[in-house]
Design a protein around this ligand. Structure first.
Ligand code: ADP
Ligand code: ZN
Ligand code: ZN
Length: 757
């Protein structure tokens, strides 16, 4: 007797475990990863097979129910099933939501109520066919009657090769009768062939390029380090720390070649926003049609086709955004995560996984190798590369083209304001902009606007009110005109004048791209140049992103103005100026990673210019010209920044020295949320028990920075756990798994949060 362990496709905590079912004779195609129909209570449910065991110790007296039907082929294998369990455990997430990561785009079979009964409905997304016509050799001996003009034309057209019925119809009008007649005569064949829906990152402007460079010394050394780790086949991680333009992609391409030669396959993760046609073209240029691409801007049909191509074994290299990690790729030899520091590698809904940590688990399971690449590696990765013997480090300090990194000029906007310039653009930036445009070159302007939180800023000295015990900025609250720390709850009234310099120009901060765009248009009036704005608003439709980039690429003189999404991956030869409109917006966010993000952003955006023969220049506008992260970034001095930041993290108990769990509570009534938060806080405090009281830190509930979002009140409880005293998920998991939902209040737990907003 075969027994299957099945997880139901129902995202309810109370049903979130594996159930055993008997696999009856005749269901031989039932395998791990299949969607199946099982009886549950008084109805039938869809579930996924996680495990299959032969009956040996199973007590015959337990009468297991039978699986009723197998609804799909296998979506994942044993490794996938184990990975789903790992995710559910580590991130305290519903197992069913973890399993869903491994199912095909476009959905799985569902139970749908039709009249009074339940019916299985297969997903609407599936493979599509085209009807193709081919000319047979018999056609040579066949002469259509004089009046059969269409027959003649069709046979003539087919001489050049097979054609789709759709194409023939477009050319000659309805051809169905003609085709039937010709088919009867045995001179053509009509057949269905699968059509691959084209992924949207195909582009006519950015064609696959197969250019292969002789490796620089840096690249050769980095490749050597990666190959060495790979040959050990023991789940090693290599951190490739290479400045922008050092040619990391070429290193990835060479590393993947080795992997493919040995019959294994590779996954390359790229942040969604840098998954541009240019990036894809480089991989397709080297590995051709064995490259599958997966990202959320593709339609369900396109993603389904790519997913299916991976499952069939035809694709050997998968390039995609974070969820591509779960593609059904067999025999993975290497996982590469480019721009490893990017926060988009953390999923922001359950399961709230960190791609880097999941990839590490995967390579350990498969004796593969993980390569993390970045010009600005995360503090966590830098820390591991220093202290963890399972990690190695490869450094590339110079650009592949031998050009120096562009100089970075820091402009103190407080001084600028003091001397009478009240515009958003400093005189330095204006001059540089005019010069670049006159030379018919291009500029990229970054508006750093991750800030939803409003904070106060003194326009004269740049002072931002900070929390005295948390080293984060205080958030402005309209209600009650107060400043609040969102980590410890500290509050104080909004001061009337700047406590530092006495200036009355204390302003709330936060300017949108539209405002900057209109000011830019004023500034550039009379100049012959294209202004392209790229932000969430202008890229909301499929293909927008690419269209805007193509417009920028094809213009003569142009300015690209945008948010974070333009900081990465752009590679245009004629960009010679990069301006950061305001580097502080992020620095002042009440989050322990804000310095790190500021440093990263400046280095990343600087890498967008001076990439080819033209020299580049970077101008960073800031009210905090003396801040360590900005000063260090301006000198490309990561060592200084790293030691400063690591000391701070150690003192304040932040990662990489502790692990965090952020427990979020939200609901429509603030009272209920507050009550529930405090009740939960007391319970967790009790549940932590004596054992952990000494070294674990649990913070009382405070409102989130985004304390009210779409009519919902949000509070959070922060937990810090030392690395060596029990694991955070083991301690919290049993507790969260049995929790019932509190009335009107939702609870979510975020393990290893990337942001505490
Ligand atoms: P990174 O990802 O490190 O920022 P890229 O991989 O985008 O750098 O490479 C930067 C540029 O250098 C690209 O235009 C690439 O074609 C070029 N390049 C890469 N390797 C070499 C090399 N060995 N010699 C000359 N040019 C190279
Ligand atoms: Zn001031
Ligand atoms: Zn505080």
């Amino acid at each position: 007797m075969r027994i299957a362990s099945v997880v139901l496709d129902i995202p309810t905590q109370s049903l979130d475990r594996e159930y055993s079912y008997r696999i009856p004779d005749g269901l031989d195609d039932c395998a791990v990863g299949c969607a199946v129909l099982v009886p549950f209570g008084r109805r039938a449910c869809v579930g996924f097979v996680m495990d299959i065991a032969e009956d040996n110790a199973c007590d015959k007296s337990i009468t297991l129910k039978d699986i009723q039907q197998v609804l799909s082929h296998s979506y994942f294998n044993d490794l996938g099933a184990r990975c789903a369990r790992f995710l559910a455990q580590r991130y305290i997430a519903p197992l069913s939501s973890c399993v869903r990561l491994f199912t095909p785009p476009g959905g799985v079979p569902r139970m749908v109520r039709v009249d009074r009964t339940w019916e299985v409905v297969q997903p609407a997304t599936h493979e599509v066919d085209d009807r193709w016509v081919s000319r047979l050799p018999e056609a040579d001996e066949f002469t259509p009657r004089k009046t059969a003009v269409k027959q003649k034309a069709v046979l003539e057209a087919l001489k050049a090769g097979d054609l789709r019925v759709a194409d023939l119809t477009a050319e000659y009008g309805s051809v169905n009768a003609v085709l039937t007649a010709l088919e009867k005569k045995g001179v053509i064949r009509v057949e269905r062939r699968r059509r691959m829906r084209q992924d949207t990152v195909h582009s006519d402007v950015f064609k696959p390029t197969g250019t292969r460079h002789a490796l620089t010394d840096d690249q050769a050394r980095a490749l050597e380090t990666i190959n060495h780790a790979y040959q050990q086949q023991s789940g090693k991680t290599v951190l490739l720390d290479g400045v922008t333009g050092s040619g990391k992609t070429e290193v990835y391409l060479c590393a993947i070649e080795t992997v493919l030669q040995q019959g294994r396959s590779a996954i390359v993760l790229v942040p969604e926003i840098s998954l541009t046609p240019q990036t894809v073209a480089r991989f397709r240029g080297r590995f051709g049609d064995t490259v599958a691409v997966l990202h959320s801007r593709m339609s369900n049909g396109e993603r389904f086709d790519q997913w299916d191509m991976i499952r069939s074994g035809e694709a050997r290299v998968v390039v995609g955004a974070r969820s591509a990690l779960f593609a059904p790729l067999a025999n993975i030899g290497m996982i590469i995560i480019d721009e490893e520091h990017e926060s988009s590698y953390k999923q922001d809904q359950a399961p709230r996984y960190v791609s880097r940590d999941v990839a590490q688990w995967m390579v350990e399971q498969q004796n593969a190798t993980l390569v993390l690449g970045s010009a600005t590696p995360s503090i966590e990765a830098l820390y591991q590369a220093r202290y963890n013997p399972n990690w190695s480090l490869a450094v590339m300090n110079s650009r592949a083209n031998g050009k120096p990194l562009p100089p970075i000029t820091v402009v103190d906007m407080g001084k600028e304001f003091g001397s009478g310039n009240r515009r958003m653009f400093s005189r330095t930036l204006q001059t540089a902009l005019f010069q670049a445009l006159q030379r018919k070159e291009k500029a990229v302007l970054l508006l750093n606007q991750r800030g939803f939180a409003q904070f106060l800023l003194c326009r004269e000295c740049g002072y931002v009110p900070m929390c005295t015990s948390c080293s984060t900025s205080l958030t402005y609250h309209e209600k009650g005109a107060k400043l609040v720390c969102h980590h410890c709850g500290y509050e104080r009234p909004v001061p009337a004048v700047c406590p530092e310099c006495g200036s009355p120009y204390l302003r709330r901060f936060g300017a949108g791209t539209q405002r900057v765009e209109s000011e830019l248009c004023n500034l550039l009036e009379g100049h012959d140049c294209e202004i392209v704005r790229m932000d969430a608003d202008t890229t909301s439709h499929k293909g927008d992103h690419q269209r805007l980039l193509e417009r920028f690429a094809q213009a003569d003189a142009a300015v690209l103005l945008g948010t974070q999404m333009i900081a990465k991956g752009l590679d245009f030869d004629d960009v010679t100026l990069v301006g950061v409109i305001n580097a502080d917006t992020m620095l002042c966010l009440p989050d322990f990673r804000s310095s790190e993000r500021t440093f990263d952003l400046i280095e990343q955006v600087a890498g967008r210019c001076g990439r080819a023969h033209l020299a580049g220049h970077v101008i960073v506008q800031t009210y905090k010209a003396t801040d360590t992260s900005i000063r260090a970034a301006a000198h490309y001095d990561r060592d200084t920044f790293l030691s400063y930041e690591l000391d701070l993290r150690k003192d304040l108990n932040y990662p990489p020295y502790v692990r965090l769990a952020n427990i979020l509570l939200w609901g429509r009534s603030e009272d209920s949320v507050v009550q529930a938060s405090h009740a939960l806080y007391r319970e967790i405090k009790a549940c932590l028990g004596e054992a952990h009281k000494q070294s674990w830190q649990l913070f009382a509930p405070t409102p989130c920075v985004l304390s009210r979002l779409r009519g919902v009140w949000r509070y959070h409880i922060l937990l810090k756990a030392p690395l060596d005293d029990g694991s955070i998920d083991e301690v919290l998991a049993p507790y969260f798994r049995k929790r019932k939902t509190i009335e009107d209040v939702n609870v979510a737990i975020d393990i290893d949060p990337i942001s505490l907003l």
